[in-house]
Design a protein around this ligand. Structure first.
Ligand SMILES: *[C@@H]1O[C@H](CO)[C@@H](O)[C@H](O)[C@H]1NC(C)=O
Ligand SMILES: [Ca+2]
Ligand SMILES: [Ca+2]
Length: 183
């Protein structure tokens, strides 16, 4: 039997893979890149700088968030995995958003930057955040957490505090071409 391929019927499927803790879900994206998001409970190294290094050691970076959909899936997957408990995260997970010029004199979401280039930036702040509070540090709160005491909405916090953290790791693209065969 002879099979031939119809180029006209090739279908390109873009897949992006989310895997947080032990839970996976998929979402479609307009770019052909696949990432794995991994969430970790806090440990003795996981200040914001420490978490950044831990993510680097996995070949990735502290998570960047480009859309509402990405944000919601990260929140949902952490909840589903039962990692939204005080024991795991002490109320927050570091992400890759920070103030590159920490002064403690106030900052806005627009003046914060991501650790990694991205096409779009999505931010969802808890009420009255970011506040760059200086109660425990004259240089303010210059690193951003997903704050699970507030449904995972963002909060700037003291970078030297140990938190849970979320890494984003590039994986080989799973774009596939489905060819239709006929006899
Ligand atoms: C964790 O998430 C689950 C699922 O959404 C929810 O039922 C539970 O109340 C959350 N627990 C905490 C401590 O927020
Ligand atoms: Ca600041
Ligand atoms: Ca804050």
């Amino acid at each position: 039997m002879v099979f031939s391929t119809s180029l006209n019927m090739m279908i390109v499927t873009l897949l992006i893979l989310f895997e947080i803790a032990y839970v996976s879900s998929t979402a479609s994206y307009t770019h052909c890149t696949c990432y794995e998001y991994q969430a970790f409970c806090k440990n003795r190294l996981s200040t914001w700088d420490g978490a950044k290094l831990l993510c680097k050691s996995l070949g990735g970076w502290l998570a960047t968030i480009d859309t509402e959909s990405t944000f919601q899936q990260i929140i949902q997957t952490i909840n589903d995995a039962g990692m939204n408990t005080t024991a795991c995260h002490k109320s927050g997970f570091w992400i890759g958003l920070y103030d590159p010029t920490p002064t403690g004199t106030g900052h806005t979401g627009d003046s914060l930057v991501w650790v990694h280039d991205m096409c779009e930036s999505y931010q969802k702040w808890a009420s009255n955040q970011p506040d760059d509070a200086t109660g425990k540090n004259p240089l303010g709160q210059n690193c951003v957490q997903l704050w699970f005491r507030n449904n995972g909405d963002m909060d700037d916090y003291y970078c030297f505090k140990k938190k849970g953290y979320i890494c984003q790791i590039p994986r080989s693209c799973t774009c596939t071409i489905n060819s239709v065969t006929s006899s």
